[in-house]
Design a protein around this ligand. Sequence first.
Ligand SMILES: [Zn+2]
Length: 434
Amino acid sequence: MRTLISGGVIISFDPAVGDLGRGDVLVEDGVIAAVAERIDAADAEVIDAADRIVMPGFVDNHRHTWQTAFRGIGADWTFDDYVVAMHGTLKPHYTPEDIYLGNLLGRLEALHSGVTTMLDWFHAARSPQHADAALAGLRDAPGRSIFCHGAGYRTNERIEAEVRRVRAGVSDTGLVTMALGLRGPGEATMDSVAADMKLAAELGLRTSMHVDGLSGGRPIAELHAHGLLSASTTFVHANGISDDELSIIADAGASVSISPDVEAKMGFGWPETGRVLSAGLRPTLSADDCPAAAGDLFAAMRTAFAVQRGLGGSLNSRDLLSFVTVDAAESCGLDGRTGSLTPGKAADIILLRADDPTVFPVTDPVGTIVTAGHPGLVDTVLVAGRVVKRNGRLLGVDLPALQARLLASRNRIAADAGVPVNGTWRPRPGSKDA
Ligand SMILES: [Zn+2]
């Protein structure tokens, strides 16, 4: 199985390869075999990349995919609205089938938007069947996914037995791997946090934890004092975390995932891109929740870039693209496998249209993607060498049939929860805006 991606503009994020104004990528058995200006591979199947930008697929390291059926409903929500709506009002009515459809359609949408690797931060495990359904949804989409199994939201329930059960069925080498979603010090007792960390270490799972310092807490310092910092943890948001705590994260070799749209809009304050960079970390970006934000990382890059340049900072467009490719892959422990066009890595590759009227003519490919990119440019997507999207269409997916099922799922959940589906809805009418 040899595929030659021929004659594209190459953005590799591999320093040894660099960028090429015109280049070829050879894929063999799902792996990048070579990247060069000209590759002779007469027997290979050819993907013509003329008028295309060829780059590593995006990596989103934090998304609550189960919420897909309520995409866009929370445009005006504050974070407190979100908690009441998603966790308090809608989640109790989700069946395992609803979870499956949310995860499947959400994962497909991410692939459609060029996200070849996605961490599903799952916090709707109302039963073992719900967790199994979430995992099945990821497995039925042809993407590289990390099932980040979390405890419920703001609870001290014991999850060890259930996590062990799920872990026993997930390999570390397949397309779908596993991580553990940790409760933070603000959500559960330190005993619960410590038990989760111990379990993750025992089961060989990387971890992710939501943290912020918005109410004056010092969660990172607390974790540090309890010996609970690990290089394999990604801290989500980190708004308001003090400078010394960001340095503690950097010293531990851990990472930070910023969700720019959700944070800026829902009351977390400015995304901390600049402060995270100043602490010596490479930030990463995530979509977080699609009820209130877009599911593509073009949007996340643009918001983070504009906000940080507005606040003052010297970051450039290449930094932003690095945050959602090679840096994010490292935060997932997958930098040996994906995140750059490096020979030997899996062929997780996207082709973006350079001839689309919204970006033509492309003079600066990186700058164009960051300032004007959108999912409509995603022409072709390969995951581990398999073409999963071609000419702007997902392959092997009966999208109308799946969408009909998701719509029925949404309508049933909404009816059971008493939530209207004909416009913006706020669970706490009259509450003040963020
Ligand atoms: Zn989150």
